[in-house]
Design a protein. Structure first.
Length: 277
């Protein structure tokens, strides 16, 4: 879960900030033990760790960046759940391009998180102007709900999965209303989803282009796409790359995509992105 606070320039993951962890998200100790016992493992990955920066992202601190860097948004796929950091598609891509990377992907993120962090970044951090922005758009049906914690002067950003969990100190009555609306309105009629997708996408795109920063958008087939596998929310076909995954390669959690799929994504994207630099 992410937090909006006047004390930080972008959304912050309070649980992860400045942490180095052996397990994270669906890549849990329990799942690793289960997968290992079944004879499956990811490169003897007992030494796999998640190193998070001062704001809770799996990337370096912003003051440690080289002058030329790519700013990346996405969900758990781009955060690299179940993978060594070096095996994540955006890490591989930036190595090929010989530029640094600032990866603001967060597992479970809805599409609006990319727009929110874009807005906050432009407001508070634009002195660190990226050479390029790459957005991996997550599933369109994901929805972020916000809960105010007045005493600590912050807003907790919770998606539909977080609302089902215990221990996040979220108002139960509000959570129940959110889940009811999510199931009975959001998922049953696509108007709200189309509207949100359209404005999240184009607001992100236009903000960066207004600052002369090139932007590249992509998504997995079935994520930010409609039933015809076209971009969701009236977005034009030529404005976002839709990639079809045909491999069963898995990461350490045996759920997220493995390192070969991440390498395949680099092959799909690199020629297009080189043209932007």
């Amino acid at each position: 879960m992410l937090t909006l606070s006047k004390n930080y320039p972008i959304l912050v993951d309070d649980e992860a900030k400045s942490q180095t962890l052996k397990f994270w998200s669906s890549d849990s100790k329990e799942s690793y033990s289960k997968n290992f016992k079944s004879g499956w493992e990811y490169e003897n990955s007992e030494d796999l760790v998640y190193e998070f920066n001062e704001w809770g992202y799996r990337t370096k601190n912003i003051d440690d960046l080289d002058k030329d860097f790519a700013l990346v948004f996405g969900c758990s796929y781009t955060e690299g759940i179940g993978l060594y950091q070096k095996d994540i598609w955006c890490e591989k891509l930036c190595k090929e391009l010989d530029i640094d990377i600032f990866n603001l992907a967060k597992g479970g993120s809805s599409p609006c998180i990319s727009y929110m962090n874009t807005t906050l970044y432009v407001k508070n951090l634009i002195r660190y102007k990226p050479k390029l922005v790459i957005c991996q758009w997550p599933q369109a049906f994901r929805r972020t709900f916000s809960h105010l914690q007045e005493k600590s002067e912050k807003v907790i950003m919770a998606d539909e999965y977080d609302l089902k969990m215990v221990g996040y100190n979220i108002n139960t009555e509000a959570s129940n209303m959110d889940m009811s609306w999510f199931k009975d309105r959001w998922l049953k009629e696509d108007g709200e989803m189309y509207k949100e997708s359209f404005f999240n996408f184009y607001s992100t795109d236009i903000l960066w282009k207004a600052l002369d920063v090139p932007v590249y958008h992509w998504t997995w087939s079935g994520d930010f796409t409609n039933k015809d596998d076209k971009p969701f929310g009236f977005i034009e076909d030529n404005e976002i790359r839709v990639i079809k995954n045909k491999s069963n390669d898995k990461a350490r959690d045996n759920g997220h995509d493995g390192k070969q799929i991440h390498s395949d994504v680099v092959d799909f994207l690199i020629d297009d992105i080189r043209k932007l630099l």
